[in-house]
Design a protein around this ligand. Structure first.
Ligand SMILES: [Zn+2]
Length: 173
């Protein structure tokens, strides 16, 4: 978990050595992602195994994190747990990419080291929804004004996103 992850990697060399990279990346280190989240405090936990399937170098891995997005309906914080699996085939050209097995996404590599952070960030951005929203009628909750507002706020407290996060953290261990 505290392993220092390299930023620039050579996926072919790593595949030759059957290396596994695992550790945590600060969300603040992922600039494009930082712009999208409401809080940048957390970490992204990753594990990427490099290996060869026949002659094909592949990188398969998992990304786990809990992002705090902004709900596009009510603009309130929206905890968004992510558990992504990916498999990339290292290729030198699009022609090679066409020959990849169906379960592999191409990872173009021209010999110059590539950024591990950027690779992970791309996978996360692909997995995020364009319009993240609460899974319940959050606008109905927040715009209901006076009257029985109090009981509704109590409901909101019961569904406090932070307690949800805490629960996720416990089960994640
Ligand atoms: Zn909402």
């Amino acid at each position: 978990m505290s392993d220092k992850l390299p930023d620039l990697i050579d996926p072919l060399l790593l595949a030759e050595r059957h290396s596994v990279l695992s550790g945590a990346i600060k969300i603040t280190a992922l600039e494009r992602l930082s712009d999208l989240v409401a809080e940048c405090d957390g970490f992204v936990e990753i594990e990427v195994a490099f290996t060869k399937e026949g002659k094909q170098p592949v990188a398969s891995g998992t990304i786990k994190t809990e992002l705090m997005l902004e709900c596009q309906s009510c603009l309130q914080p929206l905890p968004w747990p992510l558990d992504i699996g990916f498999k990339l085939g290292v290729v030198a050209s699009m022609a090679e990419a066409d020959r990849l097995k169906i379960d592999c996404e191409p990872l173009l590599f021209n010999g110059e080291k590539i950024s591990l952070n950027a690779l992970i960030e791309d996978e996360i951005l692909l997995a995020l929804p364009d319009y993240p929203k609460h899974g319940y009628d959050c606008i109905g909750h927040s715009s209901s004004g006076s009257g029985n507002f109090e009981t509704k706020t109590n409901h909101a407290k019961a569904e406090n996103p932070f307690s949800v996060l805490a629960k996720l953290k416990k089960t994640g261990d």
